[in-house]
Design a protein around this ligand. Structure first.
Ligand code: PMT
Length: 219
């Protein structure tokens, strides 16, 4: 294929963290900066795709030519993704979606009137698994963020969610979240390729090359 291998294709990318409200002024979240997801959206646009970036709260400007839909919680991210994904060719889930949300979000600021407080959390919907289970689904790419046995857990996610591709990164002290660089290994049913370490921009482009190969192999 030519220099714009995704010309005429629509891609939906998620990025950033989600915030799960405890009360009007507090939330549960994580350290995702959105840098990896924004680099992925930019790489998809550079490959010629029409890109929608569904983004949690981050301090980044949308890449040129990319339409951004801003969301806060996992529930909002799911709604926005489902509204955008119909007819898309590619779905790339780079967001660090909160797995749980407070069972109750107080409508007034919670007061510190006891020494101990317990939080009850409920599972959030899995956005990637929901999209992968759609009857007419796009090519589905997940990220796997793990602190140990990265490749083992990543292959488990590829199989459990029935994905086309997973990009695995080690996260933790000085790795993965909120940095300009990352280390990725890409896995698909029957194969894998280590992309090594580099800037998120470079890695997103290398990932997009593999996505294009696999997408065109499937067509
Ligand atoms: O944003 P940065 O600071 O640049 O950091 C980048 C990153 C480390 C956040 C990114 O590279 C990354 O790994 N993103 C996925 C993080 C994650 O939540 O991984 P997971 O192993 O918990 O989830 C597996 C996959 O399911 C991911 O594609 C995730 O987007 C998706 N998921 C998870 C839970 C959920 N409720 N819905 C989902 O769609």
């Amino acid at each position: 294929w030519g220099p714009r291998p995704l010309a005429g294709r629509r891609a939906v990318v998620t990025a950033g963290p989600t915030r799960e409200a405890l009360d009007p002024v507090r939330y549960l979240s994580n350290r995702s900066s959105g840098k990896m997801g924004y680099a992925v959206a930019a790489a998809a646009a550079a490959a010629g795709a029409e890109v929608v970036l569904v983004s949690g709260p981050v301090a980044l400007a949308p890449p040129p030519g990319v339409r951004r839909v801003e969301v806060t919680s996992a529930a909002e991210m799911l709604d926005a993704v489902l509204a955008e994904v119909a007819g898309a060719d590619l779905f790339i889930a780079t967001a660090a979606v909160a797995d749980y949300r407070p069972a109750v979000s107080a409508d007034r600021k919670i007061k510190k009137d006891s020494e101990r407080m317990e939080l009850v959390l409920e599972r959030n919907p899995d956005i990637l698994a929901t999209v992968a289970a759609l009857p007419e689904r796009p090519f589905c790419v997940g990220f796997a963020a793990e602190t140990h046995d990265v490749i083992g857990y990543a292959r488990g996610k590829l199989e459990a969610k029935g994905l086309d591709l997973v990009a695995a990164n080690a996260v933790g002290e000085g790795q993965g979240f909120d940095r300009d660089d990352n280390t990725l290994t890409v896995l698909w049913p029957g194969g894998e390729r280590a992309l090594g370490s580099g800037s998120k921009r470079e890695l997103a482009r290398a990932l997009m090359d593999i996505i294009c190969e696999r997408l065109h192999a499937r067509d």
